[in-house]
Unconditional design. Structure first.
Length: 179
């Protein structure tokens, strides 16, 4: 069963906690961890469809499985559900080349959204992690953020300068830039 925000609120009486996103970009592991601490994150959710990095060995999934818990966070991989194009970084490398419409309704993606919304209800401070430092160029906003905003959840993206950028502001900017 796919839950929408209003369905979940009606069933549980709870409103989802804030869900953050951030890209590690050129921050390095220690810089990224300090950023997570500054926002009091408890769970780092890896949403990369290809959970590796050619620049940072620390951000390869097989390394994160061990290193993230050692510094006090829970590591969860959801790139298979929320990463967009399976086994391809195309959404961050060449986002205009992908038709997002089929992704928004894929069974895996909808299951991932429901899982994420449910997880945000249990006193967890979740941050969706990807490699792209700027959210407006990443599937965190173009796909996940847009789908959650349609369900009444306004993602809080930690931008390249460590400030918060709301999904609703990105959507308005993107719509305005079309004309």
């Amino acid at each position: 069963m796919v839950l929408f925000h209003n369905d979940f609120v009606a069933m549980t009486g709870k409103i989802p906690d804030v869900i953050y996103t951030a890209g590690y970009g050129n921050r390095g592991f220690d810089g990224f961890i300090e950023l997570m601490r500054s926002f009091q994150i408890t769970h780092i959710v890896d949403v990369r469809s290809v959970p590796s990095s050619s620049y940072w060995e620390d951000f390869r999934r097989e390394n994160l499985i061990d290193s993230i818990p050692k510094v006090g966070f829970k590591y969860v991989y959801m790139g298979d559900k929320l990463g967009g194009v399976q086994d391809s970084p195309v959404l961050c490398k060449d986002p205009e080349s992908v038709d997002l419409a089929p992704l928004f309704v894929s069974e895996d993606f909808l299951l991932g959204l429901t899982t994420l919304i449910n997880a945000a209800q249990h006193n967890r401070k979740i941050c969706l992690m990807c490699g792209c430092k700027r959210p407006h160029q990443c599937h965190r906003s173009r796909l996940i953020g847009a789908a959650l905003l349609n369900r009444g959840i306004d993602l809080e993206h930690i931008d390249a300068d460590d400030t918060i950028l709301l999904q609703s502001k990105i959507d308005r900017f993107e719509q305005a830039s079309l004309f």
